[in-house]
Ligand binder design. Structure first.
Ligand code: PAF
Length: 291
C-alpha cells in the first residue's frame, strides 16, 4: 500500500489519504481481500471519546478508517467554523497509537468541488432540540456523512452518543436511503467529574470549566425525576432552573424526549432520553443521558 509520504512512513504513522480516488483504491484492495471495514467520521481535535469510537470499530471489523474533515456546511454563519480546534499532527499521533488503519483527511475542495449542489435533509427529527438553534446544521451533517459513507463504503460507521440527535438523524437517513451500512452509537466518554468529552471543551476558561461539570449532574437528576414519574415538563423546568443556578446564563433547551423520535416525551412509558444544550461564554455545550 504505497500511501505514506516518506516522513510518515519513517515515523510509522497511520497512512493518510487526501483524495476520494486514493481512498477508493485502498478500500478496493481491502474489499478484494474480503476484509470488513469500519468508518469513524470526525472533525479532528481528537480526544478519548473519539479513541473509544476507534476501539469500538477495531473490535468489530478488520479495518478502521478515521476521517478528519471540519465540515463548513454544518456551521452556521455566526458559528465557530474558523475557531474550531485543529491539530493534525497530534491527531495523527493519537490515531497511530490507537491502531487506526487509514486516515482520510480531504480538504474542502475535495469534498465540495465547484458546482456542488446537493443536500440531504431529514425532516421531523431535526425540528426540535438543536435543530431550531442551529439552522442548516443537521443538513450539513447529513450531507457530509452521506458522502463519507458513499466514499468509504464501510460495513459499520461509528458515532458518539454525545451528539445524540445527530446519531438519530444519521440512523434515519441511512435507513431511508437504504444505505448498506450499520450505524453504531458508542456511549459518551466523560471526564472524571462527569463532563462529556468534546473538542470544544478546550475553549472553556477555568471558571467555565468548573460550571460545565454541573450539566451532567443536572441531566442525571432530570432522568431520575422522569423515571420516578414526575411530569416531564415540570421536571425540565426544574432542571433548567438548576442549570441557571449553577451558572449557565444562556440555555437553548432542557428536554425529556422519546429516545428515537426525539418528540417531547409524555412520561407514559417508552424509552426516553434527557438532553440539554447551554452556553458558557462563547462555548455551546450539549449532553444527554438515558432515562
Ligand atoms: O460529530 C462530528 O464530529 C461531526 O458532526 C461529523 C459526524 C464528523 C460530521 O462532520
Amino acid at each position: 500500500m504505497a500511501l505514506r509520504s516518506p516522513a510518515e512512513a519513517r515515523a510509522g504513522n497511520v497512512p493518510i489519504v487526501r483524495s476520494v480516488a486514493e481512498l477508493r483504491r485502498v478500500v478496493g484492495e481491502w474489499r478484494r481481500a474480503d476484509e470488513s471495514i469500519a468508518l469513524v467520521p470526525t472533525m479532528g481535535a481528537l480526544h478519548d471519546g473519539h479513541l473509544a469510537l476507534v476501539r469500538a470499530a477495531k473490535a468489530r471489523t478488520r479495518r478502521t478508517i478515521v476521517t478528519i474533515f471540519v465540515n463548513p456546511k454544518q456551521f452556521g454563519p455566526r458559528e465557530d467554523f474558523s475557531a474550531y480546534p485543529r491539530g493534525e499532527a497530534r491527531d495523527i499521533a493519537l490515531l497511530t497509537g490507537a491502531g487506526a488503519d487509514l486516515l482520510f483527511a480531504p480538504n474542502v475542495a475535495q469534498m465540495y468541488p465547484p458546482g456542488f449542489a446537493t443536500a440531504v435533509r431529514v425532516a421531523g427529527l431535526t425540528d426540535g432540540l438543536c435543530g431550531p438553534h442551529r439552522p442548516g446544521h443537521f443538513e450539513g451533517v447529513a450531507t457530509v456523512v452521506t458522502k463519507l459513507l458513499a466514499q468509504a463504503l464501510p460495513d459499520i460507521a461509528f458515532f458518539g452518543e454525545k451528539d445524540y440527535q445527530q446519531l438519530q438523524v444519521i440512523k434515519r437517513f441511512a435507513r431511508d436511503l437504504d444505505l448498506p451500512v450499520e450505524i453504531a452509537g458508542v456511549e459518551t466518554v466523560r471526564e472524571a467529574d462527569g463532563l462529556a468529552m468534546s473538542s470544544r471543551n478546550v475553549h472553556l476558561s477555568g471558571a467555565e470549566r468548573a460550571v460545565a461539570t454541573s450539566m451532567h449532574r443536572v441531566l442525571l437528576a432530570l432522568a431520575e425525576a422522569a423515571r420516578a414519574g414526575n411530569p416531564p415538563r415540570a421536571a425540565e423546568a426544574e432542571a433548567e432552573a438548576a442549570l441557571r443556578e449553577a451558572g449557565f446564563a444562556r440555555i437553548d433547551y432542557v428536554a425529556v424526549a422519546d429516545a428515537e423520535t426525539l418528540a417531547p416525551h409524555d412520561g407514559k412509558g417508552g424509552r426516553a432520553r434527557a438532553l440539554a444544550a447551554a452556553w458558557l461564554g462563547e462555548t455551546r455545550l450539549i449532553d444527554n443521558v438515558p432515562v
